[in-house]
Write a protein that binds this ligand. Structure first.
Ligand code: CAA
Length: 404
């Protein structure tokens, strides 16, 4: 069987950003609570004319431009923040990108986990039909109530991945470890625009899922810890990846480097990672998420982008990926990085996109958060974002999108 996996990958985010330094000042909180306590510096916030569809289209457009649409017969959008109870957000993405009509388009849901189910479904489709390619897009806006503990971990982003039988980035290996358990740690009822969360339970449920998925991977005959070179985790906030790393070290009895670096200055004096605990890329894989905030389904794959863009020694290396979705599902999968992957790095483009976000004052951020878009009335959104795709408003209860 030929190798199947991720051939191309792109990350997109929003027009606005909230800096946690400003947030801390406005709330009278020590900024280190966020920078060190949560491992977060900023969070992306969508403008009124942005949502998961505009981010998904922005992430996928460069891939479609580079790779074309030949053999593209499936689009799967994975999201927690769907735009409709019935119609898949991917339908609007399909039109905005001018994709062929001879395609299936579908949405997947299970909190932050579903992008991994989408990726595995894509691998299955390509296994059966190696001449086909599948576009998987993870896109989310993470929203918690104002003044709740989850608020500083909000964020937004989308990652698009092209899955093919000749992947140029990451070959997905067949075995993975799975764990599902019905837990009310985080969920969002149909009438709520913000998540309901039991923070402490969500952290233990995440770690329990990691135990279950890792144990299952070992029982399936998957690679041992010393056969995995880098490890990525779902990052609701990057300190959670550090907790996961420590947990996995405890499970395996192997010392793993658990440093998440806030800035180059923070690592000064800590010494090289060569001696002592094994460096599995934790600091390198958390660089983008520190600035994006939580992007739910996209978070793990934003971590993959960060690793691929910043680690120059990945060719042929095995990466472990732990995907977690509250509710809850955990999956530990592995993949091999394809030599030549570094030619596809887009660190400059991602950094420019992150730097270009327009900071919101606390007053504007709180007003934007509180604004509820009336989905039952015709509505035209103000033109704020400057990207290629925008959410133009609502007519007859249907959502309208435009491409510049
Ligand atoms: N300097 C340095 N560190 C500080 C500090 C300071 N001045 N003040 C506090 N801290 C540290 C605390 O010691 C604590 O560290 P540890 O976690 O290592 O103990 C950390 O900052 C967090 O502080 P609190 O314990 O006071 O917790 P909090 O009130 O900030 O809430 C949270 C944390 C419960 C995770 C909250 O952010 C939350 O509810 N988040 C949303 C839910 C979530 O992300 N859960 C993660 C698992 S679920 C999942 O992964 C799915 C998903 O995407 C949602």
């Amino acid at each position: 069987m030929s190798a199947i996996g991720i051939d191309d990958i792109e990350l997109a985010t929003t027009h606005h950003v909230v800096r946690l330094e400003d947030f801390a000042e406005a709330n009278g909180t020590d900024p280190d609570k966020f920078r060190l306590g949560l491992g977060q510096d900023e969070f992306s916030v969508p403008a009124p004319d942005e949502d998961i569809v505009t981010m998904a289209a922005a992430a996928a457009a460069p891939i479609v431009e580079r790779c074309g649409t030949e053999g593209l017969r499936t689009l799967i959008v994975a999201t927690e923040s769907g735009t409709d109870q019935s119609k898949a957000a991917g339908m609007a993405v399909h039109r905005l990108l001018g994709l062929p009509s001879r395609m299936r388009v579908v949405e997947m849901k299970e909190a932050c986990y579903s992008a991994t189910a989408a990726l595995q479904a894509a691998v299955g489709i390509v296994t059966r039909s190696p001449d086909q390619r599948v576009l998987v897009i993870a896109a989310d806006v993470a929203r918690y109530e104002l003044d709740s503990p989850g608020e500083p971990t909000q964020g937004a982003g989308a990652v698009a991945m092209l899955v093919t039988a000749e992947p140029r980035l990451l070959e997905i290996e067949p075995l993975s470890g799975l764990n599902s358990a019905d837990v009310d740690d985080f969920w969002r009822p149909n009438d709520s625009t913000t998540a309901i969360v039991d923070g402490a339970l969500s952290v233990t449920a995440y770690l329990d899922a990691l135990t279950g998925a890792w144990t299952d991977l070992q029982e399936q005959g998957g690679p041992a810890i010393d056969e995995i070179d880098r490890i990525l985790y779902h990052q609701p906030f990057t300190k959670m990846a550090k907790k996961a790393q420590l947990h996995l070290a405890g499970l395996t009895g192997v010392e793993l480097d658990d440093r998440i670096v806030a800035s180059p200055a923070d690592s000064a004096g800590e010494g090289p990672a060569g001696e002592g605990p094994r460096d599995t890329g934790l600091a390198t894989s958390t660089l983008y998420n520190r600035r994006l905030g939580n992007s739910y389904t996209a978070s793990l794959y934003a971590g993959l982008c960060s690793l691929l863009d910043h680690d120059e020694d990945l060719a042929g290396k095995r990466i472990g990926l732990f995907s977690y979705g509250s509710g809850s599902v955990g999956e530990f999968l592995t993949g091999r990085v394809v030599p030549g992957y570094e030619r596809h790095g887009r660190v400059q483009a991602v950094t420019e996109a992150l730097d270009a976000r327009v900071p919101l004052s606390m007053t504007d951020y709180r007003a934007l958060h509180a604004a509820e878009l009336p989905s039952s009335e015709d509505h035209t959104t103000p033109r704020v974002s400057t990207g290629e795709f925008r959410f133009a408003g609502i007519r007859g209860r249907a959502r309208l999108y435009e491409r510049a």
